[in-house]
Design a protein around this ligand. Structure first.
Ligand code: PLZ
Length: 458
């Protein structure tokens, strides 16, 4: 706990921190006020909605969450990759506040406004590819996936949707059929949408395949099980999020794109978790030399306000009949104003470099831990999207048996000590580091010390 907002500015915006950037644990976790609030919640909030860490938040700034009992948590989750520029980032707060005073809603499909257009222009400028691009704005990641599928079907006149093993794409009736894991996302909520196919992915730690071999395996599945002429789109997360931050083997994604282009299939990058400057690039696809046909953005785009987009090749985006795309809140002006501020902050504060800084700090610290503890089987990811996969002792180089129990214990220990850490993975055996770009090296070092103690305590 060496870092304070007065002495260790992380970025040019550090001076604007309104909460000291340090960990403080004052009570048992959850504290008494959170325990009381939790009882109240159970009376009125559906138990279908659960919470990873039931401490109730009253304030957040930078990379720190403050709960009702005044505990300060180092936030390594950023609301699952949403507050990428930092909690209550000054530029975002100012832009949203100003917009609230001008007008809050009209509905772009009734009476439009400039902010929507500006976001579409910024998306066209910052998504991969040097071709004419257009966008539609909606509210959530799942809605972006749904619209991507609608647009691809309309453009191609084809029915089938392909995704990869270990994928996560949302909780709506279509997207729950696109996830790998039935539990908890689809179990009992069926029937599932038809024409969704799950192809093998690239998971180098487990399959050991080169990008070319993994791509061949995926393409064989697409050709044999679906047939290219029936396939509208292939939807892929360049780095799989909920699945456990799998980084595909080199060449895998461009080879799939090549096949899609040759076969008239729309290839869609689900950059909902990996995008918006999180990985040291605006979009993770760039790390792999992948230029997708359509890109899905959500989460980090508006600093915490709900906004999402489908952006891509103009001829595909224009396939829909006028009036075919939209929604009441899509491209809300306050969310758009916040998004414009996010793009400004990324440029002004050189946040792509912050992603690279965080990657360096996390990889260095985690590599040290890996040499100490053989349950850390793999370290992977890019920028502020790094994970460790935990395995049973002694199996890291052989069978790589998942160790979900260790992940649960470490996350619980970390929470008790003021570090919010997210879990992930098809087998629940991945710890992910998904902090905001405002997280300082000192906070990362402090959090890693807690994790070191957590593993030692197993
Ligand atoms: N695609 C790649 O990561 C959302 C899920 C949180 P929405 N991931 C966090 C939860 O438990 O509901 C996500 C994603 C990828 C799509 C989505 C869906 O985005 O904004 O949650 O709909």
């Amino acid at each position: 706990m060496t870092d304070t907002f007065a002495s260790a500015p992380a970025s040019p915006s550090a001076a604007a921190y309104t909460v000291p950037q340090e960990r403080r644990v004052l009570t048992a976790i959850p504290g008494p006020k959170s325990v009381e609030m939790h009882k109240r919640r159970l009376e009125s909030v559906s138990t279908g909605v659960s919470s990873t860490l039931p401490v109730y938040i009253k304030k957040a700034n930078g990379a720190i969450l403050v709960d009702l009992d005044d505990n300060h948590f180092i936030d390594l989750g950023a609301g699952i990759g949403v507050t990428t520029v930092g909690h209550t980032e000054a530029n975002v707060v100012e832009a949203a506040t100003n917009q609230v005073q001008e007008f809050i809603h009209t509905l772009f499909t009734i009476t439009p406004y400039e902010e929507y257009i500006r976001v579409a222009e910024l998306l066209a400028a910052h998504t991969p590819g040097d071709f004419k691009k257009k966008s539609v704005l909606i509210n959530s990641g799942a809605e972006a996936v749904e619209n991507g599928v609608k647009i691809a079907r309309k453009y191609t006149g084809r029915r089938a949707v392909a995704v990869l093993d270990h994928a996560y794409h949302g909780r709506t009736v279509l997207t729950m059929a696109m996830n790998y894991k039935a539990m908890p996302y689809a179990t009992g909520f069926g029937p599932l949408a038809s024409d969704v196919y799950h192809a093998p992915s690239s998971y180098p730690y487990h399959d050991g395949l080169s990008g070319a071999d993994a791509a061949e395996r995926t393409i064989t599945y697409l050709e044999k099980v679906i047939g290219a002429s029936d396939l509208a789109c292939l939807v892929v997360e360049p780095i799989q999020g909920e699945g456990g931050f799998m980084v595909p083997a080199d060449g895998y994604l461009p080879l799939l794109q090549e096949w899609c282009t040759a076969n008239g299939v729309v290839m869609i990058a689900d950059e909902i978790q990996s995008g918006m400057a999180r990985t040291g690039a605006y979009y993770a696809s760039e790390h792999f030399g992948w230029v997708p046909d359509l890109v899905l953005t959500a989460k980090g785009i508006a600093g915490g306000l709900p906004l999402a987009a489908v952006t891509g090749r103009a001829e595909i985006m224009d396939a829909s009949q006028p009036g075919g795309l939209g929604g009441t809140f899509g491209g809300n002006p306050v969310a758009c104003a916040a998004a414009i501020a996010v793009f400004e902050s990324i440029e002004r504060n050189d946040l792509l470099a912050e992603g690279a800084r965080i990657e360096k700090a996390l990889l260095a610290g985690l590599t040290k831990l890996k040499s100490k503890y053989d349950i850390i089987g793999d370290i992977r990811g890019k920028g502020a999207m790094i994970a460790i996969e935990l395995v049973q002792p002694g199996t890291g180089d052989t069978t790589k048996l998942p160790n979900a129990a260790a992940v649960s214990s470490i996350a619980a220990f970390a929470a008790q000590h003021g570090v919010l850490l997210l879990t992930a993975g098809t087998y629940g055996n991945v710890l992910r580091f998904l902090p905001s770009l405002a997280v300082t090296d000192a906070l990362i070092a402090d959090a890693l010390t807690v994790i070191d103690h957590a593993i030692a305590a197993l």
